[in-house]
Ligand binder design. Structure first.
Ligand SMILES: Cc1cc2nc3c(=O)[nH]c(=O)nc-3n(C[C@H](O)[C@H](O)[C@H](O)COP(=O)(O)OP(=O)(O)OC[C@H]3O[C@@H](n4cnc5c(N)ncnc54)[C@H](O)[C@@H]3O)c2cc1C
Length: 373
């Protein structure tokens, strides 16, 4: 595809956020070009879980997922040595699906809406007129930076100042095994979590997350006997791949004609499973702002969207950092699973923040009285 001379919206990065922004902007009638130096389907280490709120956002973008592409799960289970608690989503289910499959579905939907693609194209700069792609200037009214957590565009636009920056390390490997649970399972170990998402009738995606950049899946499994037993006869179906998981919040996500989206605009720790959901929801808000010619609308919407996932990520990171608190919390939740259901509903945007406050009091009481491990 030749590089065009001009467009209305230039999206830098064709990952989930860039494609979602492109689809939502096309839906508003804007002319959109997306450039990415990779080509679809793009692979990336990921937990590969889509929570019900992610699926709602995908439906809004017109992306349909056939049952042949995914595997459903009905809730979340926390497991720590000797204790577990689970809750179902208040309605609907989540889906596990391989990342390249999701990427291809998004790329197909974007093509269907009339997005122009520059795959295999490198963006090397932005200017007051537009974007430099493969050394050529493309004039653009708007520039959308969807170039991921290490965004160059964010730096070029002087939007790098942040409020929060917490870093952990994720490692992902698939195993050929029949999913043993209808939940995404989160195993809490000493200084790490494993989360297991069913992604097919005979496959699970395993992600290890920790603050230790040297810790790998096989080593961590030695400290997680229950999961080790589940996986001991399963054949690995992919190589172990690592990625950095950031919890970071930037002071601003728009400047002039530039808007940040997806991981380029900030991210929540991977253990929340909310990264892509945020990107899809941001895309809809961004398109509203672009169509109205007012990016401040997007900045306000972005701030609102980030609040709840950040609160949940902070809570998870607190439990990661203080194992004693974590064990007491999981025991207390297990003694009162209704509170866990409320927290899960809130996590996926189906409960009110007030519900967290009303849950926190009995949970605190349980932690003091029900006893720890
Ligand atoms: C270990 C781990 C597990 C996770 N698990 C989940 C999960 O279960 N569920 C969930 O919802 N989220 C999960 N996430 C988060 C999710 O992966 C991210 O939120 C998501 O990838 C963000 O998408 P993005 O499009 O913003 O960025 P990316 O997916 O990073 O896409 C950025 C794109 O920009 C392109 N690019 C960059 N610079 C340029 C340039 N100069 N020119 C051209 N192209 C460029 C890259 O090639 C890339 O394709 C996980 C993250 C990690 C690290």
């Amino acid at each position: 595809m030749p590089v065009p001379q001009e467009t209305e919206v230039f999206v830098i990065g064709g990952g989930p956020a860039g494609l979602a922004a492109a689809i939502a902007s096309r839906d508003k009638g804007l002319r959109v070009t997306v450039a990415d130096w990779s080509r679809p389907p793009i692979e990336k280490p990921c937990g590969e879980g889509l929570m019900p709120d992610s699926l709602d956002a995908l439906r809004q973008l017109g992306v349909t997922i056939g049952s042949e592409h995914c595997f459903p799960f009905s809730g979340i289970r926390f497991l720590a040595p000797g204790v577990s608690v689970s809750a179902s989503f208040p309605s609907g289910c989540g889906l596990g699906m391989r990342r390249p499959v999701l990427h291809q579905l998004l790329a197909d939907r974007a093509a269907e809406t009339g997005v122009q693609f520059l795959w295999g194209a490198r963006v090397s700069g932005i200017s007051s007129e537009g974007v430099v792609v493969n050394g050529e200037l493309v004039r653009s009214r708007w520039i959308v930076a969807a170039d991921g957590q290490n965004s160059n565009v964010r730096r070029w636009a002087d939007l790098d100042a942040f409020h929060t920056y917490k870093r952990r390390f994720g490692f992902r490997r698939h195993y050929r095994v029949t999913p043993w649970s209808d939940c995404v399972e989160i195993y809490w170990g000493s200084g790490f979590q494993f989360y297991i998402t069913p992604v097919g009738p005979r496959e699970v995606c395993t992600v290890l997350i920790s603050r230790d950049r040297h810790l790998r899946i096989d080593q961590a499994l030695e400290g997680c006997a229950d999961l080790k037993k589940r996986l001991q006869s399963a054949v690995p179906a992919s190589a172990e791949q690592g990625a950095v998981s950031l919890s970071c919040r930037f002071k601003q996500v728009v400047r002039g004609r530039v808007a940040l989206i997806g991981d380029a605009s900030g991210s929540v720790d991977a253990v929340t499973g909310e990264g892509m959901c945020l990107a899809f929801q941001q895309a809809v808000k961004l398109a509203d702002g672009l169509a109205a010619g007012d990016l401040s609308m997007y900045a306000a919407g972005h701030r609102r969207l980030m609040r709840r996932p950040f609160f949940m990520a902070d809570t998870m990171l607190l439990l990661d950092r203080f194992p004693g608190l974590r064990d007491r919390a999981i025991h207390a939740l297990s003694a009162n699973p209704a509170i866990f259901s409320t927290l899960l509903a809130t996590h996926i945007g189906a409960g009110s923040p007030a519900a967290i406050v009303t849950s926190a009091l009995p949970l605190g009481w349980q932690m003091l009285t029900a006893g720890g491990p």
